[in-house]
Every structure is written in C-alpha cells, then in structure tokens.
Unconditional design. Sequence first.
Length: 298
Amino acid sequence: MISRRRLTFQLTPLLDLLLIVIFAQFMDTQETTARIEQRAETKVAQAEQQRAQLEQRSVAEQERLLQLTTENAKALQSIMKSREAYETAQKSFRMLQQQSEKTQMEQSEQIERLRDQRDRVGELVQQLFQLPEDTLDPLLKSKGTPDSPETREQRERIRKQLKELAEARGEDVVRHFLTYDELTKRSDIWDLYLTENGVFQLQIGDKSADFRAATKEEFVDRFYAVYKTTPQPKSLVIILFSYGDAKASVRFAATQGLPLVAERMRADSSGRTRFEYAVMGFVPLSTVSTKKQPAESR
C-alpha cells in the first residue's frame, strides 16, 4: 500500500514576490509616464517657442508690409508731383515758345518796315539825283565862267558825284546824304554797327567803343555809359545804326533801345542837344571797314 504525501505551499514568500513584481511594474510605469510627460512638456515648450517666433515674424512682416505700403504711397505721391511739375513745365515751355515765335514775328515785321522805309527813302533820293543832261548842263553852266578849266573840272566832278549817287544803293545814298559836309557842320554823326558776333561798335569821331547787349535795358545802359565818356556834342547828334548778320533778338534790342537812350541823353544835356537816329539796315562788315578808313586816315 502506497502512502500519500501531503504537498504544502508557503504563500507568504509568494505573496512577497508578487508584491515585488507589482511594485517593480508600477515603478517602471511611473518612470515611463514621467518620461512621456517630460517629452510632452518639451514638445509643448518647443511649440510655444515656435509659436512665439512665428508671432514675432508675423509682426515684423506686418510692420515691413506697412512700411512698404507707406513708401509706395510716398513714391506714388512723388510720381504725381513730378508729373504735375512736368506738365507745368511743358505748359510754360509752350507758352514761352509761342511768345518767342510772336516776338520773332514782331521783330521781323518791324525790321521789314524799317527796311522798306530805308529803301523808299533811298529810292526817292536816287530819283532826285537822276537829272537828265539837258536839265543839268544849263544849271552847271550858269555859275562862274563856263569855259574855264576850273568850271569844267567842277562840272565833271559834280556829274560824277551825281552819277555815283544815282547808281548807289539806297542805304549808301541815305548815308551820304546824312553825312554831307553841310550837315556835319551843324551836327555830329555817330556810327553804330552790330557785328555778326553780337558786338556793338560805336564810332564817335576818332573815338570807338565796343560793347555787348542782349536786352534793350542793357543796350541803353551801356550806350549811355559810352556817351558819358565823350566830350560835349553839338546841338544835333545823328546816330546811324547798321548791322551785319547778327541775331534778330540783338537787333531788336538795339532798335527798341535807340529811342530810349536818345531821350535819356537829351535829358542829360538839359535839352541843349537833340539826338536822332536812323536804322540803315544790313551792311556787310567789309563795307563798314572800307567806309571807316577815310575817317581813320584823317
């Protein structure tokens, strides 16, 4: 007969072991949870930091956008002002151009009128000297001894002078007529010539002076300054103005300034001297130089 053995277990050690295992699992779970929470907090902190950086960038971009908008508005305003200034300048330029064209037209018309007057006077004087021989001979023979050598020589000289005057240009006839010996006894002849370079050459007897003037005011002042350096003129002064291939604006300044300076000089002389002027028109410089040589040789 087989005897039965009793199997017995001690529960206390097993329970202790179970508690140890459970506690170990609990501790591991706590550590895992702590690590997860730490990682979560780190991610949250990083997310917060990124959000703050994004907010800062957003604010900076908004400020930059506002600055660009302001600069754009200023640029547009500047463009509008520049466009308005350009339109104003264009309008002023057109007005000045129209005024310049009008002034040039008036200058051309005035010069044409003066030239026509000069030509008409020259033609009239030419006609006066175109005497037929049957009229001229009795007049020349009526004075002195007709057959004497001196009378014949005088007649030939007079004929030659009349022929030269009849064939000369109108401006030369007028100049000769104005500078005739009888006229120069009672008056002074001042020659004013405008060169193609815009220089006024004023010849007063043996004295000459050069000056420039772009406006009638400058012309009056500088002509008057030359006049103040001259001796007391005669009771009548005749200013003969001629010009070369000069600018119309400078010629216009002279034609406008001559009556003003004439009146100013008359007032300065207290009315003792009368100043008159004549516009002789276009004369080449070589012609003027040739005409001045006899006066300089004297």
